[in-house]
Write a protein that binds this ligand. Sequence first.
Ligand SMILES: Cc1cc2nc3c(=O)[nH]c(=O)nc-3n(C[C@H](O)[C@H](O)[C@H](O)COP(=O)(O)OP(=O)(O)OC[C@H]3O[C@@H](n4cnc5c(N)ncnc54)[C@H](O)[C@@H]3O)c2cc1C
Length: 295
Amino acid sequence: MEFLRPATWDEALAAKAENPTALPISGGTDVMVELNFDVHRPSAILDLNRVTELTEWSHDGDVVRLGASVPYSRIIDELSGPLPGLALAAHTVGSPQIRNRGSVGGNLGAASPAGDSHPALLAAGRDVYVEAASVRGTRLIAIDDFYTGVKRNSLEPDELIRAVRIPAADGPQQFSKIGTRNAMVIAVCAFGFALHPKDGTVGTGIGSAAPTPRRAVEAEEYLRGVLAERGLWQSGGLLGAEVVQRFGELVRGAASPIDDVRGTAAYRRHALAVMARRTLTWTWNDYSKQIRSAA
Ligand SMILES: Cc1cc2nc3c(=O)[nH]c(=O)nc-3n(C[C@H](O)[C@H](O)[C@H](O)COP(=O)(O)OP(=O)(O)OC[C@H]3O[C@@H](n4cnc5c(N)ncnc54)[C@H](O)[C@@H]3O)c2cc1C
């Protein structure tokens, strides 16, 4: 097996163009497990650890550009203000060791339906983009178009993920995950939720309950309508139990889970409705407090 170690981003893109089957490695927390279990035997490994740009983030206007290899521990320490949903999701990943190595770029590269960053990225809004680059240039892939199947994504063979562009939060965000224990656990199912008061929308993300991460479109539309019709963005008034209940039902309906070793489809549907109701209640309480304290 060849081991490629580019020192710069341009060298990395050139190496990927020359060796499209080379397997990129960032934190290695997925790649090394799969190599050790002989899941893959790639012709070459493309080590991205010397490419410093991948470990940097910047905040340009209202958008955070998160380098593909920024580890979860730094997202928690440095970005919980602008990216609260993603930081909460990062908290639930593996253990301190995994959070020190694992990255959102790696989570996207693996594209597991159970990856924890996906529900948070989907909930962060429609303007989340994966920056995919090759020697041919850079293209922005909308997060809704990125996941194409179980552990499959829309990257071309010569492309690498440079960064993810995520709008900074303009309202409260939440992330909720169910596992068979508190830490070091793959999600039985997960849910991300965000309020976007600036444009009067809400964002959702369902994890581990469909072949790909996905949003609950009907639930988003329902809540957007209720909040607008009742003037709730302005008043911060009570949502009402029937709204919370209906939102949970619509999230449950958006999932298409399977029975597997981690849980049954029925349990996942039930759990998603519960997580949807809880995250909506928590975020709305926070939003109401903000409105009241500003009045
Ligand atoms: C003990 C343990 C616990 C875990 N717990 C969780 C958990 O709770 N939640 C969770 O979501 N995940 C978990 N994982 C999985 C893993 O940690 C995450 O998926 C992590 O985000 C992977 O990031 P990485 O940088 O280590 O990726 P790597 O292992 O380096 O790469 C993962 C995939 O992405 C590709 N890739 C990496 N960088 C790029 C790039 N720049 N461009 C294109 N492709 C790229 C690789 O080729 C590979 O296919 C766990 C893993 C272990 C071993």
